[in-house]
Design a protein around this ligand. Structure first.
Ligand SMILES: Cc1cc2nc3c(=O)[nH]c(=O)nc-3n(C[C@H](O)[C@H](O)[C@H](O)COP(=O)(O)OP(=O)(O)OC[C@H]3O[C@@H](n4cnc5c(N)ncnc54)[C@H](O)[C@@H]3O)c2cc1C
Length: 469
């Protein structure tokens, strides 16, 4: 087998920057189109596959259910769902195109060796709309690597694109840093599939201010937006707002990077959430958790020191998915406040006011029940029960950033669009790096992988055609 440095000096027809879902779909399709393909992945082999490693499913339109998907999910319904979460902030042409193309993903992924399983029960009810990967995102990305390598795609790990040479919208070469050496790779086409900039705290700070230092990054530390920055600095047209991203509230004790899905907490709807002043700040029972969990990242980000605490009692501790970190436990609210370094009198006051405002109702976690408060600001509109039975429990919450939306503008051929509005003839983009074309704001579970696969396939095919012609 050739050494990485030999692979880098041998060059390629198509250079793919990145090593996740979008990059591998592109590499596979470019190789199938007859191109010699080189994938450069910044991460070491064990961590290959960026945020894709953490995924569980992808969303795809389909006219009929099958052995995994429990029923039809028509394009129009997918479109309505996307409109609801983005509030219309999407490029309609590209979004409708993505949805139409998503119909091919079931067959395509199966052909590449990816296997699916029925959705497991749990808090996110996605069995009809989303196809779950058998073995999760790691198994999914491993299948894509196996297929790519069988097609002759060469992969170099710990290889980061650190510069690109572009002339009049035409890609000439990339500089790739590997093992302390810089290699200039002159390829006929470039596919940029190197993720967003969510792991770049300095860049997040430019957008959010100093608050960003308190954010946790749910995925790979390698998505620092280096490729995105290079392209934007070299005349590529940006898309999206640097502050827009997918952010959820996760356990504040999660690692700074790469904590993945296991640090999610599903207890918010069962209790109250307070900030450092021990005050509530939002209706914890506004809607079912799967429909609300994505707004809580921003809500916590807006609180002092970007931290909050979910407080529950004995009656709720068994109502949600067990947490990776144990809850903080105490026999009284004052003792709990002490453990959280909150003002005990303030927390007692908040809990007592909440308990006094709870109206009688029949508690039903499976319905938008009638357990609510009256006379509080903010009210809790469902699943409100007094927090009165010791032991009392708390979970600290921090914003967990999943991925950012600022990216490069593309057209439906996945061609990168330059500042003058003209598409580049030989630069293509796929995945998080261009997700902002479809997601102006908001998020629909599973659409990250849809965007990556749809545009990855097209980018690979188009890059392959460009090389042949
Ligand atoms: C915890 C978690 C759970 C998620 N669950 C889901 C889910 O179930 N369904 C879903 O649709 N989405 C999910 N997402 C979002 C999803 O992971 C992404 O939308 C998707 O994986 C993006 O694919 P990608 O190929 O664009 O980026 P990635 O898979 O992140 O790959 C980008 C790669 O680029 C590499 N790279 C970065 N810079 C450079 C450079 N300069 N040179 C070379 N390589 C570089 C990185 O090392 C990385 O491997 C989840 C995200 C997280 C964090």
């Amino acid at each position: 087998m050739a050494e990485p440095s030999e692979l880098l000096t041998a060059g390629a027809d198509v250079l793919v920057a990145g090593g996740g879902n979008a990059a591998l779909c592109a590499a596979i399709n470019a190789a199938r189109a007859g191109a010699r393909v080189l994938v450069v992945e910044a991460a070491p082999k064990f961590y290959r596959g960026g945020n894709t490693r953490h995924t569980r499913n992808l969303r795809c339109a389909h006219d009929e259910g099958n052995e995994v998907l429990t029923g039809p999910y028509p394009e129009e319904e997918f479109w309505d769902d996307l409109m609801r979460v983005t509030g219309g902030e999407t490029d309609e042409e590209l979004a409708r195109f993505t949805i139409a193309q998503s119909k091919e993903l079931w067959d395509y992924m199966n052909e590449q060796g990816v296997r699916f399983q029925p959705s497991l029960g749990g808090t996110l009810s996605l069995g009809r709309t989303n196809a779950f990967f058998l073995g999760g995102g790691r198994a999914m990305i491993n299948a894509l690597y196996r297929t790519a390598e069988a097609l002759g795609v060469r992969v170099v790990y710990e290889a980061e694109v650190v510069d690109v040479e572009i002339e009049d919208g035409f890609f000439l070469s990339a500089t790739v840093s590997h093992g302390g050496t810089r290699h200039r790779i002159a390829a006929k086409a470039l596919v940029a599939a190197a993720g967003g900039f969510e792991a770049n705290i300095e860049w997040l700070t430019e957008a959010w201010g100093p608050e960003a230092k308190n954010f946790l990054i749910r995925g790979t530390p390698y998505n620092r937006g280096s490729m995105l920055r290079l392209l934007l600095d070299r005349g590529v047209r940006p898309i999206g707002d640097p502050k827009q991203c997918h952010a959820v509230a996760i356990d504040a004790r999660a690692p700074k990077f790469d904590g993945g899905i296991s640090t999610r907490l599903d207890c918010v709807v069962f209790g109250i959430v307070v900030n450092r002043a021990a005050e509530r700040f939002y209706d914890e029972g506004e809607d079912f958790w799967p429909k609300r969990y994505a707004i809580w990242g921003r809500l916590v980000a807006a609180q002092p020191e970007q931290i909050a605490y979910a407080i529950i009692d004995r009656t709720s501790i068994d109502k949600f998915m067990p947490s990776v970190f144990p809850p903080i436990e105490a026999a009284s609210i004052e003792e709990l406040a002490g453990r959280l370094e909150l003002d005990p009198a303030a927390l007692r006051h908040t809990v007592e006011s909440f308990n006094a405002a709870v109206r009688p109702g029949s508690f039903d976690p499976a319905a938008l029940d009638d357990c609510r408060t009256e006379g509080l600001a903010p009210e809790k509109t469902h699943w409100a029960r007094p927090i009165a039975e010791p032991p009392f429990y708390a979970y600290p919450l921090r914003p967990g950033i999943t991925f950012t939306y600022l990216g490069v503008r593309v057209n439906r051929r996945a061609q990168i669009v330059m500042d003058d509005g003209k598409p580049s003839a030989n630069m293509f983009a796929a995945g998080e790096i261009m997700a902002g074309n479809v997601l102006g704001k908001g998020y629909l579970a599973g659409i990250g992988m849809t965007i990556g696969a749809v545009f990855g396939r097209i980018a690979g095919r188009e890059a392959g055609h460009h090389v042949r012609n």
